[in-house]
Ligand binder design. Sequence first.
Ligand code: G3P
Ligand code: MG
Length: 247
Amino acid sequence: MNHWLNPIDRPLIIGHRGASAHAPENTLAAFVLAVAQGADGIELDVMRCATGEVVVIHDDTVNRTTDGEGRVRALSLAALRRLDAGNGERIPTLDEVIIATAGASRPFLLNIEVKNDAAPFDGLERLVVEVVRRHGCEDRVLFSSFNPLAVRRLAQLAPDIPRGILYHHAMPAYLREVWLAPLAPHEFRHPDIGLITPEFVARLKAQGKRVNTWTVNTRADIVRAATSGVHGIIGDSPLAIRDALGI
Ligand code: G3P
Ligand code: MG
């Protein structure tokens, strides 16, 4: 059984890009810190680099989060490795994140967000599934994407691994309503906190969906997400979420 689907008695606490409030986002330091802060899991963004490895980074370019410049898809893994992703951290591969979180005292959940909107047919979904299978960690993985067609491909490639569809309140209504959802089998919806009300969550639950919401950082938002009945709260500080929930 996949651990994301276990019954819960409180919302799951998920570190957004790791414990990114306290360590450089999407680095091993941020992921290991999330474990130490008592998170149930992490959210991380993955992309395919020029040499075909799956790397963990949010933006299409390295410009914001490292001391380098250029497009992730145009850079080799060796070139990406030379960059400083903050405090001397390196851009990790998905393999490294899986290994670094495997030794936690509990099954540590991974929400792998597939980022290939800029290159929708680069084969990222197949690569990501291969990495997860190689490590045999299917039971702690949840895939998500803003692109329902990527979710559809993941469903075809790995029907045993759950999936979530991402969207946010500023999207046009036709995207917010996720009209492609029937084409993309999924267990989770991942709306941003701006969409969360008890009624909204109840409607999705009535459709059989679990709801994970992001990026939830203020105490008021954490409490609102929890009282609205979400399954998981994705925020930059697992500590802040624990504190607001009294855990
Ligand atoms: O997966 C939740 C959230 O990470 C989606 O937005 O831009 O932070 O990847 P973004
Ligand atoms: Mg993300």
